[in-house]
Design a protein around this ligand. Structure first.
Ligand code: UD1
Length: 421
């Protein structure tokens, strides 16, 4: 199993190019099932989750080839409408195939994802959305079995904002009979990208990016090339890493308007940011001012940046609280940050962070994707050596992160850690 060996204490300098968004790639890939033919998606990151989704599409009968960040998917011969447990349990976003399979084949069988390190993470809203569009749903043998001859447009009002359920209903409604209105829709940029892709394929979606999306179903969609958006969470992570370790880095190929909440918080924390059209230069030569945050649906502060913000605040000049309102149990990184000398207490869904003078390197363990990111950040800022094990988590969401961090001066190596017996 691979681990990272990080030697901390160096400033980071240079240019960092941000990857395509993982969380947009996955629904875009699922949406290719809506239109039979040859699809071309570009700016797709070469990540484990993307490979898992490609594997799932192949099981369904598609051809999928990823090379040089271009993904070709041929959905002409898709005929199998099942997403097996073996795959869904490794990646919850597999649930994104539910809507497109149901819309295209009138039937879909998708495994229930099961538990998650951040708490229960139910899929009831995905199911409710499909039922509102007229699907008959049975839960049997750990699977969601959905059937509908032709889905029918309907009003779908979500009690809470869900990115995944909004995306699933959007895809299903694109081929439904009549008009669907999603109320309290998720406003995330990944939903906007998905809507733009569906419209490029001939769909009729309006209002994506607001909390009311209207979809007029069409009888057929046709493949169209699509260029994926930049990964706003990777951008926020690297900005926070530089803020923590110190340095002067120009991030390029990103969309600053997708991370305004993070930019605001970094500025409040005392860092200088020069924001361009598709770039942000950050200059960090001082400790952060303590700034408390509460995560919230977009355009609020992202839950996927909560761990990184705690890492940054662990070396701040004061105390603050970090509350996660989306995933209330998402704090496994705190115990690992404490191993590096951070002073953090968790009560309920709030972490109370008291800034310390320095962090010291130590062996630590990745517990999930964003927890791994925050531990890399802390390792880069800590004195001495940090060994971060179980880095397969980070490979799910950050492409060749060690090589790209080395290019801005980080000392981080991937080494093969022999299995302990
Ligand atoms: C997506 C992101 C994930 C991010 C999350 C919130 C992908 C692949 N993943 O996950 O990285 O952390 O958005 O920004 O894009 N909920 C229900 N019932 C449901 C669905 C969701 O109660 O059927 C709840 C969840 O438990 C959570 C909240 O709704 O508390 C938001 O979750 P949701 O937006 O659906 O997250 P995902 O789409 O799974």
């Amino acid at each position: 199993m691979d681990k990272f060996v990080i030697l901390g204490g160096d400033h980071l300098e240079g240019t960092f190019s941000v990857s395509g968004a993982k969380n947009a790639s996955l629904p875009l890939m699922a949406a290719t099932l809506l239109a039979s033919g040859q699809h071309q998606l570009s700016n797709i990151p070469e990540l484990r989750d993307v490979r898992t989704m490609a594997h799932l599409l192949r099981i369904i009968g598609a051809r999928a080839e990823l090379a040089d960040h271009k993904l070709s998917i041929d959905t002409t011969h898709c005929s199998f409408w099942e997403a097996p447990y073996e795959l869904v349990k490794t990646m919850r976003a597999s649930i994104y195939v539910l809507g497109p399979l149901l819309a295209r084949f009138g039937e879909a069988k998708v495994s229930l994802p099961g538990g998650c390190a951040w708490g229960p993470r139910p899929v009831d809203l995905h199911i409710m959305g499909m039922e509102r569009l007229g699907a008959k749903i049975e839960l049997e043998g750990g699977y969601i079995h959905a059937r509908a001859d032709r889905l029918k447009g309907a009003r779908v009002t979500f009690p809470i904002s869900s990115v995944g359920a909004t995306g699933n209903v959007l895809m299903a409604a694109a081929l439904a009979d009549g008009v669907t209105v999603i109320q309290n829709a998720a406003c995330e940029p990944e939903i906007v990208a998905l809507a733009e892709f569906i419209n490029k394929m001939g769909g009729k979606v309006e209002g994506a990016g607001s909390d009311r999306i209207e979809i007029e179903g069409v009888s057929e969609l046709k493949p169209a090339p699509f260029d994926n958006i930049a990964d706003r969470i990777e951008a926020g992570t690297i900005l926070s890493a530089i803020a923590l370790a110190g340095g002067d880095v120009n991030l390029v190929n990103l969309r600053p308007n997708h991370i305004e909440s993070v930019i605001d918080c970094l500025e409040q924390a005392g860092f200088k940011l020069q924001v361009g059209e598709t770039s942000i230069r950050i200059t960090a030569d001082r400790k952060a001012v303590a700034v408390g945050i509460r995560t919230a649906p977009y355009p609020g502060f992202p839950t996927d940046m909560q761990a990184q913000w705690i890492a940054l605040m662990s070396l701040s000049g004061g105390s603050c609280s970090v509350t996660d309102t989306i995933y209330r149990d998402r704090f496994t990184h705190v115990a690992e940050l404490r191993r590096l000398g951070a002073d953090i207490a968790v009560e309920g869904n709030t972490a109370y962070v008291r800034g310390v003078d320095s962090l010291q390197g130590a062996p630590v363990m990745s517990t999930d994707l964003r927890a791994s990111a925050c531990l890399i950040m802390a390792g880069l800022a800590a004195k001495g050596r940090t060994d971060l094990s179980r880095v397969y988590h980070i490979d799910r969401g950050y492409e060749r992160i060690e090589e790209r961090l080395r290019s801005i001066g980080a000392r981080i190596e991937r080494v093969d850690e022999p299995m302990q017996v």
